[in-house]
Design a protein around this ligand. Sequence first.
Ligand code: SF4
Length: 328
Amino acid sequence: MNKEALYYEKLEDKKVRCSLCPHYCIIKDGKIGICMGKENKGGILYSKNYALTTSVAVDPIEKKPLYHFYPGTDILSISPNSCNLSCKFCQNWQISQMEAPTQYLSPERAVELAKKYNSIGISYTYTEPLTWYEYILDTAGMAKREGLKNVLVTNGFINEEPLLKILPLIDAMNIDVKSMDGSFYRKICSAQLAPVLKTVELSQKSCHVEITNLIITTLNDSDELFHKLTDWLASVNPNIPLHFSRYFPNYKLSLPPTPLDTLKRARDIAANKINYVYVGNVREIEWNNTYCHNCKKLIISREGYSVAEKNYHEGKCNFCGTALPIIG
Ligand code: SF4
């Protein structure tokens, strides 16, 4: 189903310039943008994959990962067949980097399903949801009116104007900061770093935000980069949870999986300035537990994506009474 895109301008010869993300694709009549989600038909830009989802699943919120947003709950998870980055290590490349089967899911039906499956809301995830902008705007508005939460799992590569328009509908985001090195973004992801950092800085003023940094052997695993990420995030807000994630070979990258020592090194550096640091894609359970930043006692223990124990009440630590940066 097509719906006219919200952010673009018309150019000569039925060309258009999309302004949803910093790629600013100039798209000829009959062609699509870099993300595959926008198509020029006769000089009008359409959201090509409006209401078409590659996936419909109910996931634990921890899988996003969001560890400080309604821990232990489930969320309906849907995704477009589009992405504006082309990361060589993409873990979901079959649905983000090439055409994949989709099914129609109207905004009304998405809301119905979220309620039917006792989900706290809808997560727009797996590929790059912001390339599904028009659909999310409609669906998230409807979901919010029904008392559901809206969650974006995003690469954060979006322009400021559309971001600010959608933020009032969004309750939580996990934003990838793939590296603090601009050349990594250019060479490995065909994107830029600065707009992503801007997205984090703006979004955390409006909704709950957590950050993921996938650590890839030799490409973004230096102490210098871990210090840069830590210092920047601490300057934005040291209570934003930071998830380091273990890389495994996928898509166009065959480098070996990240050594556990590297993940521990990153965690140790970040923990000096960030209050909540986690390590995902590993079996080390204590790296996924939550400890009160004041008294250091265990407040959430996790087993895989499940919450085994909670030691907080109404946002306060049961042991020392400190207010915690946890919602729900
Ligand atoms: S959203 Fe898609 S079409 Fe628009 S500028 Fe970005 S990559 Fe290009």
